[in-house]
Design a protein around this ligand. Sequence first.
Ligand SMILES: [Zn+2]
Length: 171
Amino acid sequence: MTLRNAARALLTMLLVTLTLVGTQTTAGAAPTPTPTPTQATVLTYDASGSAELTDAVHSGAAVWNESVTSVRLEPAAPGADANITIVADDGWPRALTTSLGNGIVWMGRQAVDDGYDTIRIAAHELGHILGLPDIKPGPCSSLMSGSTGGVDCANRYPDAAERADVEAAFS
Ligand SMILES: [Zn+2]
């Protein structure tokens, strides 16, 4: 091996080493992997009895899907058993929670006719199915304040405490 070849070999080794160091530096600078998300509990709902309030029911479910990650509300396949049955009737809106995540919601037209926000009604009653009690009287910023938030209250979203309670219940 001539001196020139030896120098060239040394240079090649140095370049390889630098390349490896560079690779390691890049790997080290890569963002840490995000934790594997825990699987959300999926609850199905049957809104086939919700009549003219069906859109409000879907919007109320979407409110929860936007607000929490530990549970998701999805329409049940036609004819399939659902966790939650939602119907429209002429009474006051109410919910019967048979167990956490299961029960019946009545989208009472009495409150709809009085002028209460239909999506807030749906989100509120679904809140009961998700384990939340009424918080009455309460401000409009609270979803579970229900009608005490005022007839003009159009807030459809749970507040931070309400979101945290649902997250905890399904985690
Ligand atoms: Zn209520």
